[in-house]
Write a protein that binds this ligand. Sequence first.
Ligand code: KIV
Ligand code: ZN
Length: 401
Amino acid sequence: MKEKLIIFDTTLRDGEQSPGASMTKEEKLRIARQLEKLGVDVIEAGFAAASPGDANAVRSVAQIIESSTVCSLARATENDVRAAGEAIKPAKSGRIHIFIATSPIHMKMKLRMQPDQVVEAAVKAVKLASEYTDDIEFSAEDAVRSEMDFLIRIFDAVIQAGAKTLNVPDTVGYSIPVLWGERIKQLVERVPNSGKVVWSTHCHNDLGMAVANSLAAVMNGARQVECTINGLGERAGNASLEEIVMAVKTRRDVFSCDSRIDTTQIVPTSKLVSSITGYPVQPNKAIVGANAFAHESGIHQDGVLKHRETYEIMRAEDVGWSMNKLTLGKLSGRNAFRTRLQELGIVLENEEVVNDAFARFKELADRKREIFDEDLQALISESVVAQVNEHYRLGILARTF
Ligand code: KIV
Ligand code: ZN
């Protein structure tokens, strides 16, 4: 029996910190629904104290999500913790994620705080968070450049204050796998009561090693990985969810844990996030790139045709690539239209929106020979907006007469 690897998705928080990737509340809700369908354990929905809009988005996600924990980030201050606590209140299962920097450079140059003050602020924030929820995560920002003895001291203190998950971030993407694995191992071994908490990691990709570092952490005791769809995130991004999940699943001979992700939802989720954020997925991106399962050379094609496993270590359909890709055009019916939307991670519950979108699709198909995924995404957005406007208009008419 494998241990559980908790998948903590931060597409809506760290992912949104990618330049130009900010999302509206409605867009966040669409992504949150899809993340729940994908089976992520924790959805970090935002940073409630950042703005009233962020707080509102976290609250709205908390209202609709049933089977994932909904989390808000907070600095180790009273204002942030209260904002996060209020925002996650409607959640069936809510988490507050408190962070404070622990490296000498951050404490001195950014926080302008002494190490003792940092420990005090962390403990105070964790205690305050317990007024709202038992599910409290603590992150030592810039753990990669923090002193080991100080990390042990602050983690010990926050465990005593009530933190249940301890996150070790490589905030600046500086580590390499062998060192990161060793750091996690030391923490797990040396922090008192470390067996009572879940160890987590959060790696940035500045040197292209976020996934490798995260997996090294898992091999050394981390049981939560913080990651994002398509590797979105601050600067060069975060560890990509799809790569972590498929590495652990494909190399089950190496890892003693596994996630509960429905891997067939990976590609639809990737496409949804890409279309909403406007961040394209590079064609040779592992798992979700258009060429991830394409074989170009004659020798490879011959091998795959004779026996798929000669050149494929995963099955495309297991990560949600559709095997019988239909081309959508003016002769396509409602069923093909709906199926393609589902493949793109778009589930329309409102029949009026479906009717409107289908009519727009037919109109477009009259003018354009082939309809691409981007066309569909655009016309769905138009239909949703049209529907909202119509409700608004009817509301005004009802009030006028
Ligand atoms: O990169 C980082 O350190 C973070 C923390 C807030 C976890 O995003
Ligand atoms: Zn981060």
